[in-house]
Write a protein that binds this ligand. Structure first.
Ligand SMILES: N[C@@H](CCC(=O)N[C@@H](CS)C(=O)NCC(=O)O)C(=O)O
Length: 270
């Protein structure tokens, strides 16, 4: 049995989608990012970077794997599915997986943060990450012209990419409607039962109830209504800047305006 440590985020969904697609049983540990569970010592033992997702394969001597791309490769190699074994096919899948890991994910992540949370609004940063993400989308659109999937068959490259691309509206990425090949691919992805099951935050096939997913953190709220603003700056700050949340000054202590590791918007009055 595989233990999945995750939350309702694009990187988290990559792994739950892969597990659903592969039909592997797993037990789900939904971490509350808003409560900083991912920074607790027990979790750092599994995921040294203190980020979700991570897995522990109990059938492989409790092997812990972090980084979503590494997890997807591990699952593909464990099962012999979702990635070809021949040199050319494997390389192709790894190239598009790395394109997501090093390009789409980080760029769209930054686009989201600067689009949604930074005040005062840093227009140059918003433009920079939005434009770069849009450029990467056009690369994907060109790649998908005349193709059903990113590589010769449905693979972990598609699984890694879709949970990000489908949230383009949340990230403020423009003109995606014009990218017809990307749109058609998104429709194909959304039609896959495994992709749907793994990206919904619902009960996994053989697993326990996802009691905290959707849970307390703001991710769950914006999944229900992507147009809704985050519940408050405190929660948003906690996710993107590392400021503990919910943060309240201890009794008798005057509120600090700035924090040692403060990012610009952490100076705002809460
Ligand atoms: N490169 C990592 C990124 C992981 C990551 O950034 N995860 C986010 C959720 S999508 C996270 O744990 N955020 C919590 C935080 O930043 O404190 C991967 O692909 O696994």
């Amino acid at each position: 049995m595989i233990g999945l440590y995750t939350a309702a985020t694009p990187n988290g969904y990559k792994v739950s989608i892969a597990l659903e697609e592969l039909g592997l049983p797993y037990d789900l540990h939904a971490l509350d990012l808003g409560a900083n569970e991912h920074r607790e010592d027990w979790f750092l033992g599994i995921s040294p970077n203190g980020r979700i997702p991570a897995i522990v394969d109990r059938d492989a001597g409790d092997l812990a794997v972090f980084e979503s791309g590494a997890i997807l490769i591990y699952l593909a190699e464990k099962t012999g599915q979702l990635m070809p074994s021949d040199v050319r096919g494997r390389s192709e899948v790894l190239q598009w997986l790395m394109f997501q890991m090093g390009g789409v994910g980080p760029m769209q992540g930054q686009a989201t943060v600067f689009h949604r949370y930074f005040e005062p609004r840093l227009h140059l940063a918003v433009e920079r990450y939005r434009n770069e993400t849009a450029r990467l989308y056009r690369v994907l659109d060109r790649r998908l012209r005349g193709r059903e999937w990113l590589c010769s068959a449905y693979s972990i490259a598609d699984i890694a990419t879709w949970p990000w691309i489908r949230r383009y509206d949340w990230s403020g990425i423009p003109d995606v409607e014009e990218l017809e090949h990307l749109q058609a691919w998104m429709d194909r992805m959304a039609a896959r039962p495994g992709a749907r099951a793994g990206s919904r935050g619902r009960r996994p096939r053989d697993g326990p109830k996802w009691s905290t997913w959707p849970g307390k953190c703001w991710f769950a709220r914006w999944r229900r209504d992507p147009r809704a603003p985050p519940a408050g700056p405190r929660e948003a700050c906690a996710i993107v800047s590392g400021v503990p949340a919910p943060w309240r000054p201890p009794p008798g202590i005057v509120r600090r305006r700035s924090l040692p590791h403060a990012m610009p918007f952490a100076h705002r009055r809460w």
